[in-house]
Write a protein that binds this ligand. Structure first.
Ligand SMILES: *Cc1c(COP(=O)(O)O)cnc(C)c1O
Length: 379
């Protein structure tokens, strides 16, 4: 059975060696396992030049668990969170804050526009009660890159704490704690770091975490407690995802061998460029303007040709060995193709060939979308 190539934003394709790293059982108290955890935490901090200022706290679960744990741990009950929203992951942070019962407000933009640091500046000036700001670095909903440095500068100027959902950028797009002030960066093992799903983490400014004792409204998602446990004896409070961590350790070796953030980012940029050129040649159009597009995942507008039925397109591509991703947009009908995971030029070119073949099978001559106004009228 051939494994599919996952052109999705996660779970995504991992290397054979990452998968092989899971073929061993670890005792959670083994010295070698404790050392493995320490190594992972140190390397994650180093990726953001944050070793002197921040601590790394891993948490079991998918990326959302890490986001929820970080918000719940860091924003105190009498705080107020402002979320910058231009997609589903921003909306999810609002929802998390609501479920926790935190005071939360948001500033919103359409999914094909970046968030605006100037509007944030005004909002912070107008509302001194806002203690924390949350932003998504690369909004995976559309693939857009938000202006992280500008947002961080505004938050620093107003002395508000910044929480960054860098789930789909960490490890491929640089974030430098010495230049970009943040209270927390949240990410997971299974996006640009190319581990397997099952663990997330946050890099948290040490003083912010020290001040967060008893904040969390949850036992298992309390990152202060999780940190204290790890610092005390190097062990997780509750059963660690041992195999996932062993795979993560191997994935971080491979990340370093590829040249770290710069090397990983370069491969994804090449994937992205080949994908966009190939899809454009087939007539497809992208939602996000090129200058705002991150090399992580690309949103293509649904072709106008009525013979293009997405579920059929998806199934036929899947039969050829490629899994793509439905759209998650509210502004336009679309689908997405990811550039991340253990894939390179060969896989992207093979996917483009399969897409061309599939269009011929379906009798679709071009991937050109309806004009924007027409799409909106049709819906
Ligand atoms: C993938 C992702 C998450 C987390 O999603 P999970 O399904 O919980 O892993 C959060 N934010 C962004 C921007 C993401 O891309």
């Amino acid at each position: 059975m051939r494994e599919p190539i996952l052109l999705t934003p996660g779970p995504l394709t991992t290397s054979a060696t990452v998968k092989q790293a899971m073929l061993r059982d670890w005792g959670s108290r083994d010295a070698a396992f404790i050392a493995l955890n320490r190594r992972i935490r140190e390397r994650l901090l180093a990726l953001a030049q944050a070793a002197d200022s921040h601590v790394c706290v891993p948490v079991q679960g998918s990326g959302t668990f890490a986001v929820e744990a970080t918000i719940g741990t860091l924003v105190p009950g009498d705080g107020r969170l402002l979320v910058l929203v231009n997609g589903a992951y921003g909306r999810r942070m609002v929802r998390i804050a609501e479920v926790i019962g935190l005071a939360v407000t948001s500033l919103s933009w359409p999914e094909d526009e970046a968030v605006d640091a100037q509007a944030l500046d005004q909002a912070l000036a107008a509302d001194p009660a806002i203690s924390h700001v949350a932003v998504v670095h690369c909004e995976t909903t559309s693939g857009i890159l938000n202006p992280l440095q500008d947002v961080a500068d505004v938050c620093a100027r107003h002395r508000r704490s910044l929480l960054i959902d860098a789930m789909s950028s960490f490890g491929a797009l640089p974030i430098d704690a010495r230049q970009t002030p943040f209270a927390a960066v949240m990410a997971s093992a299974n996006k640009c770091l190319e581990g397997v799903p099952g663990v997330g983490f946050a890099l948290i400014r040490r003083e912010a975490l020290e001040a967060a004792k008893n904040n969390a409204p949850s036992l298992s998602l309390d990152l202060y407690d999780q940190w204290q446990g790890l610092e005390a004896n190097g062990q997780w409070r509750f059963t660690p995802p041992t195999h996932v961590l062993a795979a993560f350790d191997q994935a971080l070796d491979e990340h370093a061998a590829e040249g770290g953030v710069a090397g990983r980012g370069a491969r994804y940029r090449r994937n992205h460029q080949i994908l966009v050129e190939g899809m454009s040649a087939l007539g497809f159009a992208m939602l996000v303007p090129p200058l705002l597009q991150a090399p992580i995942i690309v949103t293509f507008l649904m072709p106008a040709d009525p013979r293009f039925v997405f579920t059929e397109f998806y199934d036929r591509l899947r039969e050829k060995g490629f899994a793509i991703y439905p759209g998650k947009l509210t502004v336009a009908a679309s689908f997405r193709i990811g550039c991340i995971g253990r894939i390179g030029e060969a896989e992207i070119r093979a996917a483009l060939t399969a897409i061309g073949e599939t269009m011929r099978e379906m009798g679709v001559a071009s991937g050109a979308p309806a004009l924007r106004g027409e799409t909106e009228r049709r819906e």
